[in-house]
Design a protein around this ligand. Structure first.
Ligand code: S3P
Length: 176
């Protein structure tokens, strides 16, 4: 069995779209921590943020991540802020090869703003909020990932292929 692949990266980097393509390429099941949270909570992410705040959401996010620990044969897409907790960062390499999906800030912002559903961007100056958050997280993505793929000039299919090629170079950690 090829190892799981975990996708980390900022809002709008394409984790879900690319993750679904990777699922098609590998036969691995696509799993998304945000979707696990929505299922467990029975309400949307904006509702969770509005009703109980970010800290509650982060607790739910850790529980969702823990629930994936025994999964095999999955492509796991994670919420952009999941890497903020040290506890989560320790779990990620146990789950699979960790890939950071990145792109130019302007592209990330354009994609992330499209749905209007990101609670953290509901501020007076979303671009300023966005760049501040991105700057504060960049080093954490770098430190957490086995490798990074820049999707700025690539189609979703090209990104998926590139992730797969890179991931194959990192399978040694999972050869027992
Ligand atoms: C968040 C990113 C979102 C979602 C929540 C918080 C973040 O996921 O988990 O709104 O802190 O960056 P996406 O990265 O899939 O947008």
């Amino acid at each position: 069995m090829t190892p799981n692949l975990v996708l980390i990266g900022f809002m709008g980097c394409g984790k879900s779209s690319v993750g679904r393509r990777l699922s098609g390429l590998t036969g691995h099941r696509f799993v998304d921590t945000d979707e696990l949270i929505v299922q467990a909570e029975g309400r949307s992410i904006p509702e969770i943020f509005a009703q109980q705040g970010e800290e509650y959401f982060r607790e739910a996010e850790t529980r969702a991540l823990e629930s994936t620990l025994e999964m095999q044969g999955v492509i796991l897409s994670t919420g952009g802020g999941l890497i903020l907790r040290a506890q989560n960062r320790e779990l990620l390499p146990r789950i699979g090869i960790v890939a950071w999906l990145d792109a130019k800030p302007e592209i990330l912002f354009e994609r992330a703003s499209r749905s209007g559903k990101r609670p953290l961007l509901q501020t007076e100056n979303p671009w300023q909020t966005f760049t501040a958050l991105l700057d504060s997280r960049r080093e954490i993505y770098t430190a957490t990932a086995d490798f990074r793929v820049d999707s700025t000039d690539l189609s979703h299919d090209e990104v998926a292929q590139s992730l797969l090629d890179e991931a194959l170079k990192h399978t040694a950690r999972f050869d027992h």
